[in-house]
Design a protein around this ligand. Sequence first.
Ligand SMILES: Cc1cc2nc3c(=O)[nH]c(=O)nc-3n(C[C@H](O)[C@H](O)[C@H](O)COP(=O)(O)OP(=O)(O)OC[C@H]3O[C@@H](n4cnc5c(N)ncnc54)[C@H](O)[C@@H]3O)c2cc1C
Length: 479
Amino acid sequence: MYDVIVIGAGVSGCAVARWLSRYELNVCVLEKCEDVCEGTSKANSAIVHAGFDADEGSLMAKLNVRGNEMMDDLAKDLDIPFKRNGSMVVCIHKDELDGLKVLYERGVKNGVKGLKLLSKEEVLELEPNLSENVEGALLAPTGGIICPFELTIAMAENANENGVEFRFNTRVEDIKKGEDGLWHLRTNNGEYKAKYVVNAAGVYADKIHNMVSADKMHIIERRGDYCLLDKEVGGHVSHTIFPQPTKYGKGVLVTPTVHGNLLVGPTAIDIENKEGTATTAEGIDALTAKASENVRNLPMRNVITSFAGLRAHLEQHEFVIGEVKDAPCFIDVAGIESPGLSASPAIGEMVSEMLKEKMSLKEKENWISTRKGITRTEGLSIEEMNALIKENPAYGTIVCRCESITEGEILDAIHRPLGARSLDGVKRRTRAGMGRCQAGFCSPRTMDILSRELGLSYEEITKSGGKSNIVIERTKGEV
Ligand SMILES: Cc1cc2nc3c(=O)[nH]c(=O)nc-3n(C[C@H](O)[C@H](O)[C@H](O)COP(=O)(O)OP(=O)(O)OC[C@H]3O[C@@H](n4cnc5c(N)ncnc54)[C@H](O)[C@@H]3O)c2cc1C
């Protein structure tokens, strides 16, 4: 029995959990996958949007701008990388210049600071690799880049340290109000009960909502394909370069990532498939063509992987956050498409304020606001590295050659709160397997470490939980 159950351990659910962990409450997060950040939160552009896109007065605009403002302190508190590289909406046709002014004015009304309209010369001076056809741009210096995995994982770890329980591999299959006045959640791992439920189930938020409400919700999965390029070309642009937005979203961007890669995408294709994250050749061709209109000589030969994410699109294109009218004590956090990542701290804050009022919550005296990230060896001097290896020799063994990730970092990822249990769990926490060879070299070595540390056989180790086993059976017996 819990005070609050949060369904979904994406960036929204983990933000809600982290902000709720400030209060004297029993909170539990139920997640159908084997780890946090397995849904849309793992596959997006990783931009902390400035906030000029969403309509004035919308919840999306308000939470985007507030989330953006909160990000510096949050990144510092949770020890995660965040960079305000600035974003630019560029136009390559003179008749689009008026569109930039509309965005500028909307941004000012939304409370975005520092917006500036740039001439062709100013744009090309800042970004020499943009198309010579560029006519002008809107510059938003508060736009930033973040690691979506680290943001989500860090909020979850911090919530967990403050007492929030996480139940993985636990899928909510039905919800009913019991005679005891509590919500009864049937899962594949037994029944859970709670006074309040927060539905942060991403593209499944409609299914969860429809379990308790007669006022049905329908989420359209809008797929976005991406190409990730090698760090060698990570400096092709320094700002996040957007085209003019359309009714399908912010368009195909080109951006450096916070870890130094170059990211190109996404497309926007409506599909009726909540698991449809396969990329297509047409999608990749389309995003390459679109991005090449704004950015010259896009180094697409340096693509190291492609992936797709699903936007949880509602027809009204607005976040739906609040108590469901015909289901008291049931809170929806639904329709969280872009800018959901940027808004996530503000979503956590908003839901916790809402519950604070409803439940007359008391703040904990010993709430831990900070979290220490994994000790990174990247960027350490020889002296610092030697000192670290002296303290713990595991930092002297490189496991992932592309990203220079050591055994010490992987051990930390496995043994910290809500530690990694799969190859992807290790990858998202440490970047082992994220580099040019895409885990070709380090997978067996990471499997050795997972097997040894968690007492798992090779057959039990998965790429990302479920049936994603890597070794099916032994053909040569024990070696
Ligand atoms: C292509 C694309 C680009 C984007 N780019 C940006 C960007 O640059 N900046 C930005 O701010 N935002 C961006 N977004 C939006 C952002 O990624 C999302 O708003 C955010 O990740 C949504 O997080 P979430 O926690 O609501 O959903 P999710 O991350 O999908 O989490 C939902 C979780 O619920 C779990 N779940 C579902 N059903 C159940 C069940 N029955 N029982 C238990 N668990 C369940 C899922 O497994 C999942 O882990 C983008 C989105 C896409 C698709």
